[in-house]
Structure formats: structure tokens, C-alpha cells
Write a protein that binds this ligand. Structure first.
Ligand SMILES: [Ca+2]
Length: 392
């Protein structure tokens, strides 16, 4: 696809980095420069992620506006979004602190942020996929030549024949999920430290609103042991709206066993409300987070629709009306194999149990996928949500 000239500059950061460092450049890049000398940045391994979590992150950026230098967005909400490399680095959860130190030694003015240059030349916690026929969900396809490049996030389909990808295409366009041809200049890369193909979404993928949290986010914490991944998020009980929701892109319509995880403690809610949004309506469960921390607690087996739908395939947990802190740590969807006859949708003889209103599902995008309102910032590189975080 022929892109406007601005697109070329958007992903050609390696070429521009010295200029930006001198002239000030965009806010995102300057923010990185001011974050501290790279010499002080420790090299660390990328956290373990599931391929579904990567795709869920990319999914949450759909409809946001391509923003040069952007690397964060409010999930499922129109507004400023990432540029092409920003979409990938955030979906991959590879923040600036993972930039290799030797890069700093070679390029003293390097912008502490991964770009197409880094993705293409394997300068980060990822490796080459030699054959595009071996692409796996969550891989990327990247090109880079003459200081210009582009990178997309692969979801599914024939890697050589119009695969389905996520991309922030160019200035004036929005992040999209699209099937399109990518010429042979695109090379495949795979992030390190991928988990298995479980449909597992960690808390950074949850879209949340915090009722009493002034920043609008559930605070990240590692205070209590037993969490999955790098941390969990926690919200004090409140009478205001406070929920977190996980929405995977499910591979097929059918039954899934659903498991929820949290960290337990005496100050947790014993009545944390959970909504299970299925093709047959919304079911309500309550979980006791004062016990069973650090385990995958089964919520039950539910019938969900294929694809990405907050209405027919999502899990929400509420701090609203709880009697203690509510933790959003991780959720796991495990397909339940059935015979073809058993795969027929269940017929409800009674109306589904319905609790209080679920989070707004929001308008549908042009692609038809529904998105709910949210104020959870999926920022991995800054940590405003930690400000004032309470030990909980
Ligand atoms: Ca977690």
C-alpha cells in the first residue's frame, strides 16, 4: 500500500533519532530521552506472555488514531493511538528498559525505544522466523531499508497470502485489523518468552475503570505473592463504577472452561462480583478473594462466540459494592472439546441470570467488533498508575 510521506518518517526513527535528540522531537520520544541515561538501564528478559494476550493488546488499539511516536492508547476508545512500532512494542510488552545496553554504547544518542530498525535487525528480545509459512499468532512482519520501515502484528492466515494483521498504517489512518498482502521485503520475527497457546490474558490486557482511583486505573501491585506474570492490579471497594474486563479473540464458537486468578489476603473482598458475558446472556458469579490466591479458580464452563466481542465472550470483575480490595490478576479460557452434536448452542429454558449492568459495550467499529468504553491505559513504559498506589 502506498503510504503518505509522513508514514515513511513515522517508522524511520533510526534515521531521525539524532535530529530528534537535538531538536526536541515529539513528546513520546522526548519522554524517553528524559527517562534517564540508558547506561543506567538494566537489561532484562521480556516477561512471559501468551500469544492471545499479544493479540488482545493489538485488538484493543483498533480505531485509535495513528500517532507518530505514539506508544500508548486508551484501549477500545477512539483517540490518540500508537505508530507502527509503538503498536508492536506495546503489544509485545517490551518497554524501553529492555533495550540492550550495548546499543547505548554504540549509539550514544539512541532513542530509548524500539523501532522498526531494532525489530528488523534483531536488536531486542526476539528472534528470526526464517519461513513465513511458520508464522505464529503474535509474531510480527517488519521491513526496513534506507532508514524507512514498517511493522505489523500477525494474527492468522497464510503468511504469504494476505495474512490477517494488526497495524498502525500511517498518519491520518486508524489502527486496524486487516487482511492484506505484504511483499517479500517483510521479515518475520518472534518475541522471546512466549507462553503456550493457552488463551490466557494477564492483567495488563484487562480494560478497566477505577471508581475511586483518581487516575482512573487500578493500581499495579506485587505486594501479595501468588500473582501470575509481573504483577496484579487492585482496586479498593467503592460505590462508584470500578470494573476490569478481559476480552480475548476466541478461535471458535463453543464451550470454554474459564479460570480466574487473584492474590488473596485478609483485606480482600469475599464478594467480588464477576460477570461472564456469553452468547446466551450474562451470568453472574461471586468469588471470595480472601482465599484461593495464586491458583486458577474455575468459574465454570460457558458458551462463547468466535472472535472478539465484549458482549458474547468476555469476563468482567467489579470492585463496585465489594467488601474489600478486589484483584484483577489473570484469566484463562480453555476450549472444551465436544462432538459436533454437542457443539450446538445451548437452549435456555429460563432467562439467564443477570446482575447489575455490565460495563458499557460501546459502539461498534467499522469492522463490526464492539468495544466498550474504558479508561485503562495500556502504558508499559511509564507508570503513572503506581503513583499513590496503596499496599494491597
Ligand atoms: Ca498478573
Amino acid at each position: 500500500m502506498k503510504a503518505p510521506s509522513r508514514k515513511t518518517s513515522s517508522c524511520a526513527r533510526a534515521r531521525l533519532r539524532r535530529v530528534v535528540a537535538i531538536a526536541g522531537g515529539c513528546a513520546a520520544l522526548c519522554g524517553g530521552l528524559l527517562a534517564g541515561p540508558l547506561a543506567a538501564v538494566a537489561q532484562a528478559a521480556a516477561p512471559v506472555m501468551s500469544t492471545y494476550e499479544i493479540v488482545a493488546r493489538g485488538e484493543s488499539a483498533i480505531g485509535t488514531n495513528y500517532t507518530w511516536g505514539g506508544e500508548s492508547w486508551v484501549p477500545n476508545q477512539a483517540g490518540a493511538g500508537p505508530d507502527c512500532s509503538g503498536l508492536v512494542l506495546k503489544s509485545w510488552e517490551v518497554p524501553q528498559t529492555l533495550l540492550y545496553q550495548e546499543e547505548d554504547g554504540v549509539n550514544a544518542d539512541i532513542i530509548p525505544r524500539y523501532t522498526t530498525y531494532h525489530f528488523y535487525y534483531l536488536l531486542g528480545p526476539w528472534s528470526e522466523v526464517s519461513d513465513r509459512s511458520q508464522l505464529r499468532k503474535g509474531d510480527i512482519l517488519v521491513r526496513y531499508s534506507g532508514g524507512s520501515g514498517h511493522v505489523v502484528l500477525y494474527d492468522q492466515g497464510d503468511g504469504w497470502n494476505n495474512p490477517i494483521i494488526y497495524e498502525a498504517p500511517y498518519t491520518g489512518a486508524q489502527v486496524r485489523r486487516v487482511s492484506r498482502y505484504l511483499d517479500s521485503s517483510y521479515r518475520a520475527r518472534r518475541r522471546d518468552n512466549l507462553g503456550d497457546d493457552s488463551i490466557l490474558l494477564d492483567n495488563p490486557t484487562a480494560k478497566s475503570t477505577g471508581g475511586s482511583d483518581v487516575s482512573g486505573n487500578w493500581a499495579r501491585s506485587t505486594s501479595n505473592a501468588g500473582y501470575y506474570g509481573q504483577n496484579y492490579q487492585v482496586q479498593a471497594a467503592t460505590s462508584a463504577t470500578a470494573w476490569a474486563r478481559w476480552t480475548p479473540r476466541l478461535p471458535a464458537t463453543g464451550y470454554y472452561n474459564v479460570y480466574l486468578r487473584w492474590t488473596s489476603g485478609w483485606n480482600r473482598a469475599s464478594n467480588a462480583r464477576v460477570h461472564i458475558n456469553t452468547t446466551n446472556g450474562q451470568l453472574v458469579r461471586y468469588v471470595d478473594q480472601r482465599s484461593s490466591g495464586g491458583a486458577w479458580v474455575k468459574l465454570g464452563r460457558f458458551y462463547f462466540g468466535e472472535g472478539y466481542s465484549t458482549g458474547s465472550g468476555s469476563i468482567s470483575i467489579f470492585a463496585t459494592g465489594a467488601n474489600g480490595f478486589v484483584v484483577a490478576d489473570a484469566v484463562l479460557f480453555r476450549p472444551y472439546p465436544l462432538t459436533a452434536r454437542q457443539r450446538q448452542p445451548p437452549r435456555m429454558t429460563r432467562g439467564p441470570a443477570r446482575g447489575p449492568a455490565d460495563p458499557p459495550r460501546g459502539p461498534r467499529t467499522a469492522s463490526g467488533a464492539p468495544y466498550g468504553a474504558s479508561s485503562f491505559s495500556s502504558t508499559a513504559h511509564t507508570s503513572p498508575r503506581l503513583a499513590g498506589a496503596q499496599k494491597s
